[in-house]
Ligand binder design. Structure first.
Ligand SMILES: NC(=O)c1ccc[n+]([C@@H]2O[C@H](COP(=O)([O-])OP(=O)(O)OC[C@H]3O[C@@H](n4cnc5c(N)ncnc54)[C@H](O)[C@@H]3O)[C@@H](O)[C@H]2O)c1
Length: 361
């Protein structure tokens, strides 16, 4: 890409599809804080996300342009992509559970929507770079990993896996319609770099958590646990609660995303596992213990059978991205969960808790 083209792209706004969502709001906040305008493209299908748009507009004013639209509408994407210097493609059907109920919707939004976006980018004279958010579900249920069980968690028997986590060298095995639609989408994203020379990069993400997340039982479990506990609602653990995830605080993710876009010429065509890594893991029951410490009372939880595509153990090996960019997560599980808890109390929960008599003064 010529210096002139690069300069032209740097002068344009950043397009974020799914721009009202949780990850988008945090990434947009970073970009806007550095003075660059953003275009937020979203169909507002996720309950609650209009609050994120309002917050971004209140905080950053005229630099926030909102474009209501659907990624299934290729023409609408062509319109906004033409204006963009960079693209973060986050718009998605995000829940495995919904994908089981309506696989066509899941496919249309995740697979077809991503192809619509790539075609819009390919049609540009100076195509913007694209960062796509995929998922650890493209590695399947990882049933072959030998696990040992302790009182609070599963751990791999293999010391190397325990130390480093799951790398990008792992075979792809799409599980669940969501895993398939995201897996298809990420393969298109990578192939459009290979075949058409677009500057695209894929993040295969494990669990992300932090402020501006409207977590539900179907997606965003750390926020969901906290929200339910604040409301005094009982929690459901699917499986035995010993399943382990690496969790990544959203500010650390935003940092990684900005780095990836800044260094796109060296990273294009690559997929990276992104998560908290082995230093930032928790099982479900360990999270409940931590919440008990933070809230003064361990939340109640009852147990239901495992759900399809539930992994007993997934921890990202993030060393490929670390070697390429120097990035590493900085926020510990304890600090991140405390910060999310504080944000939820401040923005959502305080009144309800006072009303329910759960907080003294
Ligand atoms: N949060 C995580 O833990 C996690 C983990 C792995 C991958 N991801 C991926 O990261 C991306 C962002 O996730 P998030 O947690 O911010 O989700 P989110 O649900 O908060 O954000 C997604 C946004 O996309 C919008 N959207 C949905 N369908 C759309 C459509 N057809 N057209 C336009 N907009 C549409 C929603 O209204 C929402 O605002 C998603 O692609 C998700 O699959 C997230």
């Amino acid at each position: 890409m010529s210096v002139r083209s690069r300069r032209r792209l740097d002068e344009r706004p950043v397009l974020i599809t799914g721009g009202a969502g949780f990850v988008a709001t945090n990434v947009a906040h970073r970009i806007l804080s550095a003075g660059r305008p953003v275009i937020l493209f979203d169909n507002l299908s996720r309950a609650g996300v209009e609050q994120n748009l309002q917050w971004l507009q209140d905080t950053h004013g005229r630099n926030v342009k909102v474009q209501l639209g659907d990624v299934r509408d290729g023409d609408a994407l062509h319109e906004v992509v033409r204006e963009a210097g960079q693209v973060y493609h986050f718009a998605a059907q995000v829940a495995v559970t919904t994908s089981l109920v309506d696989p066509f919707l899941d496919f249309e939004v995740n697979a077809r929507g991503t192809l619509n976006l790539l075609e819009a980018v390919r049609a540009c004279d100076d195509p913007p770079s694209v960062l796509f958010t995929s998922t650890n579900k493209v590695y399947g249920d990882l049933e072959d990993i030998g696990l040992e069980k302790s009182a609070t968690r599963y751990e791999p028997a293999d010391p190397a896996l325990r130390r480093d986590g799951v790398s990008e060298g792992r075979c792809l095995e799409f599980h669940s319609p969501y895993g398939c639609s995201k897996g298809v989408a990420e393969q298109y994203v990578l192939d459009y770099s290979r075949t058409f020379g677009l500057r695209t990069v894929v993040f295969r993400m494990s669990c992300i958590y932090g402020p501006h997340q409207f977590g539900t039982e179907d997606q965003g479990w750390v926020a969901h646990f906290l929200i339910a506990a604040i409301k005094g609602q009982p929690l459901t653990l699917y499986g035995d609660g010993l399943q382990v995830r690496d969790i990544l605080f959203v500010e650390d993710l935003a940092e990684a995303m900005l780095l990836a876009q800044a260094q796109i010429d060296g990273l294009a065509g690559e997929a990276f596992n992104i998560g908290g890594g082995p230093a930032n893991t928790t099982s479900l029951v360990e999270l409940l213990d931590l919440m008990g410490e933070l809230m003064g009372e361990r939340p109640l939880a009852h147990v239901e059978p495992w759900r399809p595509a539930d992994q007993r153990y997934y921890v990202s090996d993030t060393r490929k991205f670390q070697r390429a960019t120097g990035w590493r997560p900085r926020t510990s599980v304890r600090e991140g969960v405390s910060r999310l808890h504080a944000w939820l109390l401040e923005t959502q929960g305080a009144q309800r808790m006072v009303a329910a008599g759960r907080v003294a003064s």
